[in-house]
Ligand binder design. Structure first.
Ligand code: ZN
Length: 211
């Protein structure tokens, strides 16, 4: 059917209906893996989409499972039923990280550079310089980024609260008698035990219990 300029069209009957939008469904392990594989769907630039499609997404078939397991182990996400739910820590992290680190386009750029190396249009030296430059900028950006670990409930790997620094303990601030470079720091563990440890850890493992 074709229309003519000036032609009058009859409008259909429009009704106002009250409804609510529904949020997107939460990811499960399965749908998250599929989203990582098809990450190009989440990117708007056509060039970036193409690169991400050609490189088959984030991670490889072998590493995607492990990436999700790491997110769980670091408490960025938890499983509720089959759904993956972000924790406060995970949300905080994503909101505060420089965009380059949470943007799949970064992966696309790196993959593109690797492709250029493959075609002999970029040297390894140039690639190294590119990554180094980017890492330096990212570290500068992240300097001073603080997380309220207590509020977020972050625990050490063993599930124990972090030891608290206590400058009033005897020996605190003294030069380490083992490596001669580090300074001994007084710490109180959750168990009430007191310990002096060299701040050059893990290079120097000097530590002493305080009675
Ligand atoms: Zn030391």
């Amino acid at each position: 059917m074709t229309y003519q300029v000036g032609q009058k069209l009859r409008g259909g009957v429009a009704k106002l209906r009250e409804a609510q939008t529904t949020p997107p469904k939460r990811f499960t392990d399965g749908t998250l893996i599929s989203a990582m594989t098809n990450i190009h769907r989440f990117v708007t630039s056509e060039d970036d989409r193409k690169i991400l499609r050609d490189t088959k997404g984030i991670g490889t078939e072998r590493t995607r499972d492990a990436i999700i397991e790491t997110l769980k182990a670091r408490k960025y996400i938890v499983t509720k039923g089959r759904e993956l739910v972000p924790t406060d820590l995970g949300i905080e992290l994503i909101l505060r990280l420089p965009r380059e680190l949470s943007d799949p386009v970064t992966t696309a750029k790196w993959e593109m550079a690797l492709g250029l190396i493959e075609q002999g249009q970029m040297t390894r030296k140039q690639f190294d310089a590119m990554i180094r430059n980017m890492a330096t900028k990212l570290v500068e950006k992240m300097e001073g980024l603080n997380f309220d670990v207590e509020k977020l409930g972050v625990k050490t790997v063993e599930g124990k609260p972090r030891p608290e620094l206590d400058a009033t303990l005897p020996g605190h601030g003294e030069k380490c008698d083992k490596c001669g470079k580090g300074t001994m720091q007084g710490k109180r563990l959750a168990s009430g035990k007191k310990v002096l440890g060299c701040n050059a850890y893990p290079k120097c493992k000097n530590s002493k219990w305080i009675d």
